[in-house]
Write a protein that binds this ligand. Structure first.
Ligand code: PRX
Length: 655
């Protein structure tokens, strides 16, 4: 990836040492977390996390920090009770910070803005909790949320958390089918949505997808709660659909919260795995809130007067941990933006709101690099003091550009590695403590036991590569897969006894710093979003004209990886017709969502298979990345690759 990325002129001129970012002394002196934290956590990991948990408000304090007697099923802060929404709102109001802005919301069109204080957020969350109760939502019930980036999505999540009703937020870009499968899997009786949202200044609809999804789930869904965002016409089912403004706006702003068990489910977030069926990652309350709030405070070195902005959509885990729960539990002021990154718009927002901490994904940085530095140079970005990166390996060129052009060479960059499953950041530099190296996520955070091992689970040691594993439990770790303990064990804990297998390759450099190398399984990373090759293959094969399909993630200059598909058509479909490629791309969009739409589809006569019938994706990847095809000796029929190469370019479509 890195060799194809847009070059920053700075990088080639700098030596390895010059590329290092050594934290300035004043940053170190003022840092929330100091060097000593590593040793302290090593000496007593549980005491370290207990101290982090003390930063929260508990109803009842825990009796035991960690119960790991039945691995891999962890229990953190056993016997403790708390309420996540109280920790995210009420306690800040009680502490006299009710007038502090929680969310500077920036909508599209751009004159549409709202500033919401913690006191207002508390009222809104309480009203929504009362309204949900009236709709029959009880503790333990699951609620699906399918919304754009508007404040009500945060209100909805916190209202669910308040009631102890685990939410499952489904990214608004996912299709009706994807929504239906998630609603079904976690048996949600209520879906919260909006009539639509704005993207690139134009209104797009959401409610029709919900209607279609609900239809597919039989009589499972009893109510659909709809926020009016765009005012567009929507189909309405009087018995089922309820307007948010009818039931929430008029509800009481008084709501007595119940304290929930530390291990009470907080939410389920579906993510792609190596098989076709998305996995429902379960996060619970006490450990998750401890892990996210502590890491948000330490990794971003959060101060009282910071203005923080995480650009992630709430439909992904980053939006949960570092837009909703982490920052709000810390009483931070943050920006929330409804739109997608457009030329200059983000920099305008940073300038207008004096954003001091900015957290985004490498794919966005690479897009901005292509636009040229004159775009951000036209804005005053001097309020920034810390930059973060997440979602995929950041190539050194993008890192240097970020540091130089956006960070003005003064802002440390925290390259944060974590996963939907980990819930919280696990590997990252600590500003003021750890040096930064372009392209390296550096070190496991205090209290986190990361290792890089070989096939036999032996540590590879400095200078070597292998598989990234986690040796000890951490507070925000997933507890299981919703309704599937066995799959939880098989997926993460079965490869090596007692080790969590992350699915990523990694290398330790000579200093022992960690360089992430991408996935080692059939999971792709497109624009920092996780997609399963198998899931897209299943979508393609569900099309009547397709007999077989193989999908690979090919290196892409901007999105990191791009979806490339190879399909064999059914005999009856002939050559599929002139629009076959577009037809199949649309089909994948309908089945999964626009993000999964292949960049390229090649219709081929055969797929490369081993004698045991396994598709050799490695060879297809060579074709998709326009490389010389690798070793074909293990193929059942080694002439297949010539047939595929002969087709290259003939049926490709890109946009
Ligand atoms: O491959 C790693 C990559 O993203 C995967 C997790 O994806 P997801 O659960 O969707 O969560 C994304 C946001 C946390 C990881 O297995 N990944 C995430 N952050 C980084 C990364 N790869 C390299 N460097 C990172 N900073």
């Amino acid at each position: 990836m890195s060799e194809q990325s847009p070059k920053s002129p700075a990088l080639s001129n700098l030596s390895r040492e010059e590329r290092r970012f050594e934290p300035p002394a004043e940053l170190a002196a003022a840092a929330n977390v100091k060097e000593e934290a590593y040793a302290r956590a090593d000496a007593d990991r549980e005491a370290f996390w207990a101290e982090a948990a003390e930063r929260l408000d508990w109803g009842t304090k825990w009796d035991q920090v960690l119960d790991w007697t039945d691995p891999p099923f962890a229990k953190w802060f056993v016997g403790g009770t708390l309420n996540a929404s109280v920790n995210c709102v009420d306690r800040h109001v009680a502490a006299g910070n009710g007038d502090k802005v929680a969310i500077h919301w920036v909508g599209e069109p751009d004159d549409d803005t709202r500033d919401i204080t913690y006191a207002q957020l508390k009222d809104e969350v309480s009203k929504a909790a009362n309204a949900l109760t009236d709709l029959g939502v009880q503790k333990g019930d699951r609620v699906a949320i399918y919304m754009p980036m508007i404040p009500e999505v945060v209100v909805a999540m916190l209202a669910c958390a308040r009631l102890g009703a685990p939410h499952t937020v489904v990214f608004g870009g996912f299709s009706a089918d994807a929504l239906a499968s998630r609603v079904t899997d976690c048996e949600a009786h209520v879906v919260i949505t909006s009539d639509g949202g704005y993207r690139r200044g134009a209104a797009s609809a959401l409610k029709p997808a919900v209607d279609e999804a609900v239809e597919k789930t039989g009589d499972l869904v009893r109510h659909v709660l709809v926020v009016r965002r765009t005012g567009q016409d929507v189909a309405w089912d009087d018995a089922r659909d309820v307007w948010w403004h009818d039931v929430v706006d008029g509800a009481s702003a008084e709501h007595e919260p119940e304290m929930h068990d530390s291990e009470h489910p907080l939410y389920v977030m579906y993510t792609s795995g190596t098989t076709g069926k998305p996995k429902g990652i379960l996060h619970t309350t006490g450990g998750y809130l401890t892990g996210t709030s502590y890491t948000h405070w330490s990794v971003f070195d959060l101060k009282d007067d910071d203005v923080y902005w995480c650009t992630a959509d709430v439909g992904w885990v980053t939006g949960h941990s570092y837009m909703a729960y982490g920052p709000l539990a810390n009483g931070a002021t943050q920006v929330m933006y409804e739109g997608t990154p457009e030329k200059g718009r983000w920099w305008q927002i940073i300038q207008d709101y004096k954003v001091s901490i900015f957290y985004t994904a490498p794919t966005a940085i690479r897009t901005f690099m292509k636009q040229g530095r004159e775009v951000p140079d036209a804005y005053d970005l001097s309020s920034l003091r810390l930059l973060g990166s997440v979602g995929e390996p950041i190539n050194p060129e993008a890192y240097m550009w970020y540091r130089e052009v956006i960070g003005g060479e003064r802002c440390p960059i925290v390259d944060t590695w974590w996963q939907t499953e980990t819930g919280q950041i696990l590997i990252s530099p600590l500003p003021g403590v750890t040096a930064g190296k372009p392209g390296s996520a550096m070190k496991a955070l205090p209290g986190v036991a990361i290792d890089v091992v070989n096939d036999d689970a032996e540590s590879v040691g400095n200078g070597n590569g292998g598989y990234l594993v986690i040796r000890e439990p951490w507070p925000a770790m997933l507890r299981t897969l919703w309704g599937d303990d066995q799959r939880f064990k098989d997926t993460y804990w079965s490869r090596w006894e007692g080790l969590y297998f992350a699915g990523d390759g990694a290398k330790l450099d000579e200093d022992g710093d960690i360089w992430l190398l991408g996935r080692v399984d059939d999971v792709m990373n497109v624009s920092g979003h996780r997609l399963s090759t198998t899931e897209i293959e299943s979508a393609l094969v569900s099309h009547p004209k397709v007999a077989e399909a193989a999908v690979v993630g090919a290196a892409d200059e901007t999105t990191g990886q791009a979806v490339c598909a190879f399909v064999i058509l059914r005999e009856a479909a002939g050559d599929g017709g002139p629009d076959i490629v577009e037809e199949l791309r649309k089909h994948v969009q309908k089945e999964i969502g626009a993000i999964a739409k292949p960049r390229q589809i090649m219709v081929v006569p055969e797929l490369p298979k081993t004698r045991s019938g396994k598709i050799m994706r490695r060879l297809l990847k060579d074709v998709a990345e326009h490389r010389e095809v690798g070793d074909v000796t293990t193929l059942a029929d080694s002439t297949v690759m010539d047939l595929i190469k002969g087709k290259e370019g003939s049926a490709a479509s890109e946009d």
